[in-house]
Structures are given as C-alpha cells and as structure tokens.
Design a protein around this ligand. Structure first.
Ligand code: NAD
Length: 295
C-alpha cells in the first residue's frame, strides 16, 4: 500500500521537497497558510487539504517545514492531537534545540514517533532531491523514516537523540554565516586591489579558500551562474533566516558556555544588514553591506 504523507509548510523548501515525494510515488497531502505556496504545490501533484489537521488525519508520516520554533510547536500542538497512533512526525525546519525537544515530547505524549531532521543544501538541493538530513531521535523512528528522507535527500546522518539534528544544523550554519562573510570580504578586498572577480574565483575555488559559500553561492555575479547574485540576490536562503540561525547558534553558545567569537561577529553583521531593510534578500547579499562599510 502506498504510504500516505502529510506535508505542512510548502514554502521555498517545503514545496520542492513535497514535489519530490510525489515523484517518488508517495501519496502526499499538503497544507500551507499561503495561497501561492498551496497553488504551486498543487501544480506539482500535491493534494491540498482545507486545513493542516485534515491533511494529517489519514497520514502515517507527517513532515513539517516551517519558519521557526514557535510555528513548529503551535502546528505540532494541534497535529499530534489528531494524528493516528504510531504516526511518524518529522520536523525538517531549522529551530532551537529546546523547541525541538518540546516537539518530541508533544509527539511522545500522544503515542507518536518523532524526529528532528533539519536540512542543508538550500532550495537547489530541495529541488534536486540532494539535501543532507541531520537527524535526532530514536533508532526506531530513524529506520522508519529512511524511504521518505531518501526521496528528498542524498545524505542522511543520525546525529543522536532528540534535538541532536538541530544541534548539528546550528553548528553547520554558524560555519556558513562566517564563511559567507569571509568570502564576501575577500571579494571586496580584491575589488580594492584591482583583482577581477573571476581571477579570485579561479584561484580560491581550487585552493585552500575553497568552500560552499564560494563555489555554490558565490556572492558576486558571474563565476557561478546559478548563484543568487546573478538573480538580483533573490533567495535562495534569505538573510533574515541566516540571522535566525546565527542567533540560535549564539543562544546555544551562551547556554552551553562555548565561546564563538567569529559566530558573534557574523551575527552582528547580519543584524545590521537586516535592520537596514535587506532581510528578504539572499544571505549572500551581505557583500553589499561589507562594500558599504568599505565605501
Ligand atoms: P518559507 O518562508 O519559504 O516557507 C515556510 C512556509 O511555512 C511558508 O510558505 C508559510 O506560509 C508556511 N507556514 C507558516 N506557518 C504555517 C502554519 N501555521 N501552517 C501552515 N503553513 C505555515 O521558508 P523556507 O525557506 O522554506 O524555510 C523553511 C525552514 O527551512 C526554515 O526553518 C529555514 O530556516 C529552513 N531552511 C531553509 C533553507 C533555504 O535555503 N531556504 C535551507 C535550509 C533550511
């Protein structure tokens, strides 16, 4: 029998992820608060329910892809009450570890299985089905999720118990925020030194400066034709979401006593960028902020 999946949150990431589940042969029923997201998902074969609860009632697996912890806790609060016993709840959003653990507790209180399974790979990875999943929860729930997660991603890592997936995600995105700022600073310095964008890219992309922020999301137009810089910095991954993740990393650092000075610098840069009204641009547009500091 075809597995029935409910997918709640059909935005930039959730929409293409749900479409890949349809392509893999799952019966997918979705819901999103936004008309545009619902219509886009419907065009890709996702059946649209009138409410999130309606989408979930018949499902054996529920996937959520929502902005932040408060959305996940509110949606899981109502969905765990209507889901059938033994349903597997998978949250793929990036949220704080504490909210993730609370979501697991909501599921356990209603005799459901649960995983936190945030992703890396951006909207390109979501569309191509090549995301990396970082998963927290029991081995039993992890095994049950294999077919669904492998239809949306190519690498699935069991990081540990409840909340461990979010911990891995927060650490990864702190690297990403810092590395995008570093790559942007290098391009701004190159501009000042009269070095072309292409020359810096050709050298750094095959040298020790190589990183994802350079080779997949290059913050200047030209060297990587698919990067948001070639599309007026449309996201992609919005700067406001990067700020959210950096703040999560700093809260986690404070709570755990870890010292993360570069993470703190990157958070301050994105805070200033967001405050100046650019939060909806792709996070690689931070290069404009760094250029403005230089001007
Ligand atoms: P998005 O804003 O495009 O999508 C979120 C969707 O959730 C929206 O369509 C919104 O209408 C919907 N939503 C909000 N509250 C809802 C509710 N109560 N019921 C139903 N739908 C609701 O954001 P996104 O870029 O898809 O990101 C989603 C999550 O994935 C975030 O936690 C983000 O940090 C994470 N993430 C994003 C990227 C990226 O590159 N965009 C990469 C990795 C992880």
């Amino acid at each position: 029998m075809t597995e029935k999946i409910a997918f709640i949150g059909l935005g930039n990431m959730g929409g293409p992820m749900a479409a890949n589940l349809v392509k893999a042969g799952f019966e997918v029923t979705g819901f999103d608060l936004s008309d545009a997201s619902r219509e886009e998902a419907r065009a890709k074969g996702v059946a649209i329910a009138a409410t999130a609860e309606d989408a979930v009632r018949e499902a054996s697996i529920v996937v959520t892809m929502l902005p932040a912890g408060k959305h996940v806790l509110s949606v899981w609060g109502s969905l765990t009450a209507v889901a059938r016993p033994d349903t597997l709840m998978i949250d793929c959003s990036t949220i704080d570890v504490d909210s993730a653990r609370k979501a697991h507790a909501l599921a356990a209180g209603n005799r459901l299985h649960s995983l936190d399974a945030p992703v890396s790979g951006g909207t390109g990875g979501a569309a191509a089905g090549t995301l990396t999943f970082m998963v927290g929860g029991t081995s039993q729930a992890f095994d049950k999720a294999q077919a669904v997660l492998s239809a949306m991603g190519k690498k699935i890592v069991h990081c540990g118990d409840a909340g461990a997936g979010q911990a891995a995600k927060i650490c990864n995105n702190m690297i990403l925020g810092i590395s995008m700022a570093a790559v942007s600073e290098a391009f701004v310095l190159a501009e000042r030194l009269g070095l072309s964008h292409q020359a810096l890219f050709d050298v750094a992309s095959t040298s020790s400066g190589q990183c994802w922020s350079l080779t997949s999301y290059c913050p200047v137009p030209g060297p990587v034709p698919t990067s948001p810089a070639n599309n007026e910095y449309r996201p992609g991954f919005a700067a406001a979401l990067m700020l959210k993740d950096l703040r999560l990393s700093q809260e986690a650092a404070d709570a755990s006593g870890a010292k993360t000075p570069l993470g703190a610098h990157a958070t301050a840069l994105y805070e200033a960028f967001d405050k100046s009204g650019h939060g909806s641009q792709d996070f690689s547009a931070i290069i404009q902020h760094i250029r403005d500091l230089t001007a």
